[in-house]
Write a protein of this length. Sequence first.
Length: 518
Amino acid sequence: MPSMPKINPTTTKAWQALQLHFEEIKETHLLNLFANDPNRATDFSIEWNDFFVDISKNRINSKTRELLLQLASEVQLEQAISAQFEGETINETENRAVLHTALRDFSNRKPEVVQALEKMKHFSNDIIQGNWKGHTGKPIKTVVNVGIGGSHLGPSMVCDALSHYKTHLEVRFISNIDGDHVSGILNSLDPETTLFIIVSKSFSTQETRTNADTIKKWFLSTADEAAIKQHFVAVSANLEEVQNFGISESHIFPMWDWVGGRFSLWSAVGLSICCAVGYDHFEELLKGAHEMDQHFQSAPFSENIPVALALISVWYNNFFRCETEAVIPYAEALHKLVPYLQQAVMESNGKCVDRNGEAVHYQTGNIVWGATGTNAQHAFFQLLHQGTKLVPTDFICFAEPLQKTGDHHAKLVANCLAQTEALMEGKANTKEPFRHFEGNKPSTTLLIKKLCPKNLGSLLALYEHKLFVQGVVWNIYSYDQWGVELGKQVAGTTLKAIQEENGTLLKNSSTLLIFKKL
Ligand code: F6P
């Protein structure tokens, strides 16, 4: 049985060689790399399904690639990938397997997954076709997903990303505990035609519980308890708590401990997606992700997209010491991709203790940020072009638009390609320093045929695997998130102090002073 290797990357031969190699290459301009290698554009690109991934505009050469691949081999990446897919307990600090990939594995289906998908299919079809009626006999018009973190970001991002495929249902999201936001949404809803999906793996998350209680109270102000069954369903692993809340077992969709919250959109957490775009499109999304899973497992590392992107990211993070990387999708429908990736990447790899329980002495999880192009060009691209920080950037663009609208798509794509070129090439201006562009700013371009459910599934799975590979290299546990617990505990005491108006509960003088100003 393969297990997770526990190798400190800095002790590998490759790491040391990469350090020496970095000294040789760190000042080399990308223009020189292109000048020295006429085949660079072809050699440093990967074509797979509807994806063309151009990595040639990165500050790497064949030696960098060779050493990064050696690093992958020395940290036993292959073994780590097998351990994950074979369901080993690779999330050791929580004693769990990590099998979100099984949710989309159509070649080897887990019976409980098949059953859950069937239930999701019937449920969403009933809602969409108007067979599921509210308590006054009216069909459902609005579906509200109530959840936070992984129980919100994935579904909300996908619903927007696939808005082109949407059904007649309006799908909305409540995540924040901010009462002003919740009441604002409730005021716009008709309780007779609204269905709430309460999504919480633990069913103990303060935000979701509070929001669910408030919503239930609002609903019961115009309906009887008996009506709850027509307007509330839940997605959770905690059956008991959901039932205590008032939702019966038949209205609960399952979650399992082998699916982490931030990787759960492929599970019943994606129920709002099924309602928003129809079950068939959801299944396409799963299939696209599964194809990427197969590519990740089987492609040689030199042609493996998630592995290539992860190793390049390690190169910038640990050798160029870049603190951040940007993601710029040239598709407004992907405007929630970055917040989604922020949870996926930063909750996974924001760790400072390695798999041996030792403090790490190298950088781990990078900061992910970004926004859609072309909007971002008119906001923060100045810093990318002329700032003092090096920000490796992923440009995501689609060859075909979803609908033809004049020459918009040509202009959108032109902007995307032009930015990567301008960042890389720069433009010398010795007379006017403020107009000088040094260039040599790295980027990766992901050109995808079309923003369809299948390609979106592949894209999201690509980023999931990328972050896993990075975690393997950094020798950290990517699948736990203990760092979110302390703030929750402290908030418990702070809430008590506020509700009881008792400042003596607060030990921190600065917090106490703010408390007194409330
Ligand atoms: O606090 C972080 C977290 O545990 C995330 O990992 C998770 O996605 C989110 O909270 C929501 O958790 P739950 O689905 O249990 O409500």
